[in-house]
Write a new protein. Structure first.
Length: 386
């Protein structure tokens, strides 16, 4: 295209007539357009070379027109697209000055029309550079938009993975608490029934009835928890409020029926807890007593609540004595889960052997300000509902 335009410009004459292009026009068009394929590698050098070809138009007896300098315009466009801002005017302004300054020395009887023609010749590479700069800005803008879109997608994926990991951890905690507690009770009730089956069949029947109720309750809770995984949009499983300290007496009765005598003491004035803290307190007591029933050779345990101004202390202890023998079991995630729950609500947890024997689990949970008591509403679990 550059060769055709340059050759067409070489066919124009001053009197607005068109003749056959001379040999010099063919030579000039071939040389100037033949330089263009390497303009991407050396844009500055090609602009200078095509400008010099444009400067030689008048000395070769050709009419200086925008068509003749078409290769210079194309190279100026490439220069503006591929180089920084200071380079472009430093190269193109002198080139434009040469294109307009040389022809008057070789063209006689210049008129105002000729002056306008020469001005157009000089402006042609400058206008091309303006379009090149606009293209450069548009490409840079599209690159920025693509980078932002890619970053937003990566951030969205990271956030989705983080939420999935958090949800998996929450469900794992809930399932661990449910399974460990209910299966431990069922195991204890089945052991009692087997022990009394031959000597006290009536008591054995009572233990079996309690075992049926325990397993039914465990199945209901597991069904509700697993149902959230199958249909996350279904909120029918969320109608039951999450447990809290108000359900602790019922929890203790289940352990009592399983053969573990648990006493409970409270010091200070009880206050309403935020839903997440309330659920954490319940789960700490449940898991600690479950560990006593599973691992401690004792038939009794104690739960103590100490209410202070800004925190409540939950302590679950056992004496490590009794007639039952501890069972060898692989280590589980009970203490890890309790510590994660307590830390998530801003508290702390410690678990260690007592000097006088037995085991102590102690949790410090924060309380709301006295002037802004938390009100528990059914179903409000701060993301910890079943």
């Amino acid at each position: 295209m550059a060769f055709a335009l340059c050759l067409l410009g070489g066919a124009l004459r001053v009197d607005d007539t068109v003749t056959s292009p001379p040999v010099t026009a063919h030579l000039l068009a071939a040389v100037s357009s033949g330089l263009l394929p390497v303009r991407q590698r050396a844009p500055v050098a090609i602009v200078i070379a095509t400008t010099l070809c444009g400067v030689l138009v008048a000395p070769m007896g050709l009419l200086s027109t925008p068509l003749v300098v078409a290769p210079a315009a194309i190279s100026a466009y490439s220069l503006a697209v591929r180089t920084e801002r200071p380079v472009t005017p430093a190269v193109l302004l002198p080139a434009a000055a040469l294109l307009v300054a040389v022809p008057p020395f070789f063209e006689t009887d210049l008129s105002w029309a000729d002056t306008g023609r020469l001005a157009t010749v000089a402006a042609t590479p400058l206008v091309s550079a303006v379009f090149g700069r606009s293209t450069r800005h548009r490409r840079a803008y599209l690159t920025i938009m693509e980078d932002r879109a890619r970053l937003a997608e990566e951030t969205r994926d990271d956030e989705a993975r983080r939420r999935v990991a958090g949800e998996r951890l929450r469900i794992a905690r809930e399932l661990h608490d449910l399974v460990a507690h209910q299966i431990t009770l069922a195991n204890a009730q089945a052991t009692v029934a087997a022990h009394l089956f031959a000597t006290r069949p009536e008591q054995a029947r009572t233990s079996l009835d309690e075992l049926v109720g325990t397993t039914r309750h465990a199945l209901d809770e597991l069904r509700a928890a697993v149902g959230l995984l199958r249909q996350p949009e279904d909120t029918s499983a969320l109608t039951e409020p999450a447990p809290g300290l108000s359900q602790v007496p019922e929890l203790l009765s289940t352990f009592h029926r399983a053969g573990l005598a648990v006493s409970m003491h409270e010091d200070g004035t009880a206050r309403p807890l935020p839903p997440a803290v309330d659920l954490t307190a319940y789960r700490v007591i449940q898991e600690a007593l479950t560990n006593v029933a599973k691992h401690a050779a004792t038939g009794s345990a104690e739960v103590r609540l100490a209410w202070n101004r800004d925190h409540v202390i939950i302590a679950v202890t056992d004496d490590g004595g009794g007639s039952r023998e501890p069972q060898e079991r692989p280590p589980g995630y009970g203490l890890i889960g309790m510590r994660e729950r307590v830390t998530a609500v801003g508290g702390s947890l410690s678990a260690d052997v007592r000097p006088q024997g037995g085991f102590l689990v102690s949790a410090h949970l924060p309380l709301p300000a006295a002037g802004n008591p938390a009100r528990r509403t059914d179903g409000a679990t701060d993301g910890e509902g079943r």
